[in-house]
Design a protein around this ligand. Structure first.
Ligand code: ZN
Length: 497
């Protein structure tokens, strides 16, 4: 059995190596590739993805997985690796090659149409492509099958183990609690000075501050990089090679600094996966939601903590004396944590953020159950925006066309953003109980025990557990919205008196 397992491991690792080479080229495309080199890059990417696909569908891989699935001699970790690969192969085998080609082609056209539609603020330019994408995804769901409702099949791609009905229950509670907190904040009449983040902050000094701070948090620059791109992201090719990107705005300190803290959280997860498991499911992140929980944990629960700024604000002030000499640490921290509903999800504060996600989840789910018509989407979007956040977008570019997730075939992905917040909040509660002097560590800038706790409890397990199971295992409590709601209530009643 051990020889069979090592053959399985070698084959699976080879597929991962091809996929990570693909990711290197993709990263380069977003960062350093000259603008007119896309044609040759397209050929390189197509070759690597074809090779990876060929290695995946080789009959021998299926044979090995079938034999190993029957075996009782595997360790629990080995059995989990086989289980996860089997799920992946089973799903892939059900989808027809024609449908994959059709989806990819439609996605490219949809992204182009979305770009034009957003520029013109005209939903009708994008509508036919969205309709076609939904039809193709419905076909995909028919082919793969589903449990409960069709939407579950999409959710399963990003957040295995959680159903749309469970998400609905969690979101129903957030829909009550979050607007309540928003109303309390608005009724308080207290307002931070937000101008302090919108002064002039020279970009080279921002970058120096970011590099120093995320290195102290625990992002290891000997096995990682930080570069620039149009939209911040994190990618990784191996636990010894994680790449972050950010985007600078000399007149807004949050743009690069906030995004870098967020991406560093993703990067530390990738660096914390076990090298010995590279190529196997246990060497991969548990889910998109858990990945997001790690970025939220660092961005919001560590790097927005008042103690964090008591430690770092003097350095920031020294780096930007012109902009910050007349600002106190409390004023800065309040501005950093200000709550102000906006049309745009990206950059939303932590009270309103999940309401943006809930809106998208509800629309997606209704599209797949046939409860709404495509022509009514912008109107329903605006109604929900008014209902949840008290705002009506001035046009479709600031409304339904603001994200390109649907055009990019990320349908069923949005819930992972809000689940990430809720997982992170429950993990933070557990960390506070289990790490001695959690808040004091943040205030002293001593992040090593926090990072080690995340490494031990989350990172090293890879895909051993489903996300909810992982969170419940660590916290010893059922997964609920309450840690998140309690955190917000406590924090904002203090800030907004
Ligand atoms: Zn993220």
């Amino acid at each position: 059995m051990t020889t069979l397992y090592s053959e399985f491991q070698n084959r699976v690792k080879k597929i991962k190596l091809l996929e990570s080479a693909y990711s290197v080229l993709q990263w380069d495309m977003e960062t350093y590739m000259p603008p007119n080199s896309d044609k040759s890059r397209g050929e390189q990417l197509a070759l690597l993805s074809t090779l990876a696909h060929e290695h995946t569908v080789e009959p021998r891989v299926r044979e090995l997985v079938n034999q190993l699935s029957q075996s009782s001699e595997l360790t629990p970790e080995q059995a989990a690796n086989v289980r996860e690969i089997k799920i992946k192969l089973d799903k892939a085998a059900k989808i027809s090659p024609e449908l994959i080609i059709d989806l990819n082609k439609t996605m490219v056209d949809a992204l182009t149409a979305w770009n034009q539609a957003k520029k013109a603020a005209d939903y009708n330019i994008f509508k036919p492509y969205l309709e076609k994408l939904v039809i193709l995804h419905k076909r995909r769901i028919e082919q793969t099958g589903y449990e409960g409702e069709p939407y579950n099949s999409l959710l399963e791609d990003y957040e295995p183990g959680i159903t749309a009905a469970e998400v609905e229950t969690l979101f129903a509670q957030l829909k009550v609690e979050l607007p309540k907190i928003l109303r309390q904040i608005q009724a308080s009449g207290v307002k931070p000075r937000t101008d302090v983040l919108l002064r002039h902050f020279p970009v080279d000094r921002q970058e120096a501050f970011i590099r120093e701070t995320i290195a102290e948090m625990g992002f290891d620059f000997s096995i990682g990089r930080l570069d620039r791109s149009a939209h911040p992201f994190c990618t990784s090719f191996h636990p010894t090679d994680a790449r972050l990107t950010t985007r600078f705005d000399a007149n807004n300190l949050r743009t690069a600094v906030g995004a870098s803290f967020h991406e560093a959280g993703h990067g530390m997860y990738e660096q914390g996966l076990l090298i010995g498991n590279f190529g196997l499911p246990l060497g991969e992140a548990a889910s998109y939601g858990i990945h997001e929980s790690q970025s939220i944990f660092w961005e919001r629960f560590v790097a927005s903590h008042p103690g964090f700024w008591r430690h770092y604000f003097p350095r920031l002030q020294a780096a930007f004396p012109e902009a910050l000499s007349d600002v106190s640490v409390d004023e800065f921290c309040f501005a950093w944590n200000r709550v102000e509903p906006d049309f745009i999800r990206v950059g939303a504060d932590e009270v309103s953020y999940c309401l943006h996600v809930i809106l998208r989840f509800e629309l997606e789910r209704d599209l797949f159950s046939g409860n709404i018509r495509f022509e009514d989407l912008p109107e329903i979007w605006n109604q929900k925006m008014q209902e949840y956040l008290g705002l009506t977008p001035p046009d479709a570019a600031k409304g339904i066309l603001q994200d390109n997730h649907w055009a990019g075939c990320l349908i069923g992905y949005f819930p992972t953003y809000a689940l990430g917040y809720m997982y992170a909040a429950q993990l933070r509660e557990a960390a506070q109980e289990q790490i001695p002097d959690f808040d004091g560590l943040i205030e002293r800038g001593q992040f090593a025990p926090i990072k080690q706790w995340l490494n031990q409890n989350i990172h090293r397990h890879g895909k051993m557990y489903k996300s909810k199971q992982l969170v419940e295992r660590i916290s010893g409590k059922p997964f609920t919205v309450m840690p998140f709601v309690n955190y917000l209530q406590e924090k904002y009643s203090r800030l907004y008196k």
